[in-house]
Design a protein around this ligand. Structure first.
Ligand code: SAM
Length: 268
């Protein structure tokens, strides 16, 4: 059914639509998510329902957020799905995940083959609702997944790595070749699992400072931090914190960024 629909439905580029059709990959993603009957499963961008249809029999309730009105109508008319799914026809970038979790009385298990054009802002946005989340499984462009997973010293290590690893433990789960999707994208994808770290400090001041420091550092990633952070922290203070002023943004660990953010919170 899904396979046939790919040929009829004209994918909309502006919504980053690439539909999964490879049943082996779809099953592997469902196995990795491993939904339990009682859990609150929330899919971002169900599209034609490739993942949705496979998850539906495994759970008691299933909620989806889909921006494309044509696709929500299609899902509403799906005789099997319509018994169980709750559809929000809206932009996931403004969805109130915290409020939804509160109403459900449970933490959310979020998943989706994310639209490529908004995956990074969407991940940052979802972090602002981290307390509402049990875990996340996202299919991302390989390059974005590599940035999430990168360690200091790696060329992919950047703001997204620091902020993601601050909030979550992250594991690569499945590699997805481009030809598993219609229309075929230019790049391969990776499914990653993000599990929130419960013990982290979530004071708004610290998060704000972390954003400030990482922006300043990575906006000039080739420069030494004595330069890129000069308007925020003096060389003397860096040395007192045991952080060499000669380091570059990509050589500073998440823990060191937290140290810098805490200093900034206290002194600025
Ligand atoms: N899950 C389907 C699959 O794997 O075949 C479709 C994945 S496609 C890469 C991304 C989906 O996200 C599309 O259905 C698209 O319409 C939807 N989408 C794009 N932007 C969105 C947004 N801001 N909020 C919610 N859904 C969005």
């Amino acid at each position: 059914m899904i396979n046939q629909l790919h040929h009829i439905y004209h994918a909309k580029k502006r919504f980053g639509q690439h539909f999964l059709h490879d049943q082996y990959i779809i099953n592997a993603i469902i196995n990795a998510i491993y939904p339990q009957y009682w859990q609150v499963m929330l899919e971002i961008g169900p599209g034609l329902g490739a993942l949705t249809e496979k998850i539906e029999p495994l759970v008691n309730r299933l909620t989806v957020i889909e921006i494309d009105r044509d696709l929500t109508l299609h899902l509403k008319n799906n005789s099997r799905l319509k018994q169980k799914i709750n559809i929000f026809n809206q932009d996931a970038l403004i969805f109130d995940f915290s409020d939804f979790s509160k109403k459900q009385g449970q933490l959310l298990r979020i998943f989706g083959n994310l639209p490529y054009n908004i995956s990074t802002p969407l991940i940052f946005y979802i972090f602002s609702h981290i307390n509402a989340i049990h875990d996340m499984h996202f299919m991302l462009q390989e390059e974005v997944a590599n940035r999430l997973l990168a360690n200091p010293g790696n060329k992919n290590y950047g703001r997204l790595s620091v902020m993601s690893q601050y909030y979550c433990q992250i594991f690569p789960v499945i590699s997805v070749p481009a030809n598993a999707l219609t229309p075929t994208p230019k790049v391969n994808s990776t499914v990653v699992r993000l599990t929130p770290i419960r013990a982290i400090t979530q004071s708004p001041n610290r998060i704000h400072a972390l954003h400030r420091i990482t922006k300043a550092a990575f906006n000039q990633r080739r420069k030494k931090i004595s330069n890129s952070l000069q308007y925020l922290i003096s060389v003397d203070e860096l040395i007192k914190m045991n952080i060499s002023p000669d380091l570059r943004a990509e050589n500073i660990s998440v823990l060191q960024y937290c140290q810098l953010a805490d200093w900034l919170t206290k002194h600025c």
